[in-house]
Design a binder for this molecule. Sequence first.
Ligand code: B12
Ligand code: SF4
Length: 602
Amino acid sequence: MDTIKVLPVYPKFPETFWSYGTSLRHVGKKAVMPPTGLLTVMAMLPERFEAQRLVDLNVEPLTDEHLENTDFLFTSAMIVQENSHKEIVERAHSLGKKVVAGGPFPTMHPEKTGADYVVAGEAEATLWPFLEDLLKGAEKGVWTEKNVSERTKGLVELTKGGKVLITNTPLPRWDLLNLNNYFSAAIQYSRGCPFNCDFCDITKLFGREPRTKTPEQMLSELDALYNLGHKGSVFIVDDNFIGNRKNVKQLLLHIAEWQKERRYPFSLFTEASMNLAWDNNRDILEGMQKAGFSSVFLGIESVDNEVLENMQKRQNTQMPQLEAARRIQKYGLEVSGGFIVGTDGEKRGSLDKLYNFIQEAGIVFPMAGLLTALKGTDLYNRLKREGRLRGDSTGNNTHQLGFNFETKTELSEEELLKGYKGLLGKLFNARNYYDRCRTLQKNQGPHHRTKRSSLEGLIILGRSIKGQLFAEGGWEYAKYLVGTALTNPGYFPEAVAQAIKFDHFRNITRATLEADNYIPHIQSLYAQFSEKAGRIIASRKEDYHEKLKLISKIADNILYKAEERYQRLHEDFRRRAEEALGRLHGMVNAEVERYKTGVISS
Ligand code: B12
Ligand code: SF4
């Protein structure tokens, strides 16, 4: 039987909070992390299928040669990758190739992918029945955990809730890409979360019973990365690393030993729920410190308990947030966090409170976003029932200036947006940012650091100085780095990393605000045009024909100005600006037409 060639393709990301565009260039990397899901799926393919080298569009382009030399494309995508995914599907189809799509976007929106085959949910459950049907000649379809459940019974081990156990999930095929292109490696320990926050899609995608891998699986993943020569950052991509507290404690003991034996080659970070700070989890914090964790991302969301109750996030109301952050930092972990603006019941002054908390807690990377209702979540269903839903989410929750639902807070929607823009501006202002770095430096307890070679460190520092010292915020940058070098030299490499990341946050914040300022600019251009055209028509000088010529010239000039400024906006932040530009074209052209047809005349 012939071998079937499979080309894994990962779509391009737009710039978002996590894309780290400019910062990656400083450290000589092309993308943040490799696509663990797709690499895992490649490892599950039976013998008859041959996995080809992965094409990550964040690293390299997809060529016709890639497409011509394969039988099927296998893609994985989040909602934010929708546009790039669409282009991939169209190109594949134009060359007569079929596409198999999986991951969170196809799972939630199978109808939007354009792919021939959507293999939704966890591949451990759906891949095998799909491949069986493919080999039998299936032309298209959607395979979901539900519609294949009868066929997987007895073949894969399931939890009581019907989710697959991941103790047999194979080692991702990292050999299919060059790990050197990525800032961090990414491995997964658990899936699912016991909590049920109403806006979160994780419990819908992965259920509420946290399923974990075994310590042996995890150590073999660390071994594989180590043997491939990876050093530095490793993200344990769980949504809630401490979902299964009993298992995680055991795992941490194993990792600590593994790291110690190899002198801490990896700096680990992960995501966890706020109960990490509770008294009964001190041993986990201690275990994380010993295992070489240096950072944890928490879903803090709000500092108002009433708002937290409204989003069904009661676990965050048990301990004051500042106390929780300080405790976690004491164990050597940097706390970064997600924050949400626009939850029902939010009060006037909430944005100032949030800002003050973030500064005081020294949360250097606050992922502050507007609430977005993702399809499938309890929030989405409730808003739909209440008639408040406007459409689907773009899949990006920060640096986006719009809600996909009608808000219900003490502030009007306009005030919320204004407040949010102000918050972003303040958070990613150089002085405030470096103030948070100083607070963190003061509060972060001892932690293991992965050592870079001095040459690599110097190259990175050189690139950063060249790009940042003379740019906006350069003085604050210099003050922070020189200050750290003099007072806390051991922390200097981390300070450089923080400074480099600032470049990205400043850039996306600036791009967001510039794109937003474009809308009043367009309104003012239109007002100028209307006013000038009106004056020309009212003047007694030229004949009507001459007046029309003059008005057309002014219209061209106004549209040229609008177009020119539009081109200067960052491509990934132009969505609302594009609509405004389209409206301006429409309004100006309609007005010129009305003058031409004599509907408006002196
Ligand atoms: C790691 C991660 C990242 C990494 C990047 C990972 C990468 N390069 O792929 C980073 C931190 C960079 C990131 C960024 C973002 N992320 Co993210 N991320 C995750 C996280 C925590 C884990 C994903 C993972 O690797 N899992 C491990 C693998 C093994 O599982 P998996 O990917 O789910 O794959 C399994 C199945 O889905 C399926 N499968 C997957 N692909 C395919 C393909 C085929 C063909 C088949 C058959 C099956 C299949 O089988 C796999 C094995 O079971 C998820 C949450 C989650 N638990 O999924 C969020 C998540 C995917 N991210 C999300 C978001 C919103 C973002 C951001 C937009 C956030 C932001 N505002 O910046 C950005 C966008 C990316 C960017 N601009 O850089 C959302 C996506 C929501 C959606 N429905 O689209 C998620 C679900 C988190 C959430 N609930 O909000 N993210
Ligand atoms: S704790 Fe985090 S992962 Fe768990 S349901 Fe809440 S938001 Fe989702």
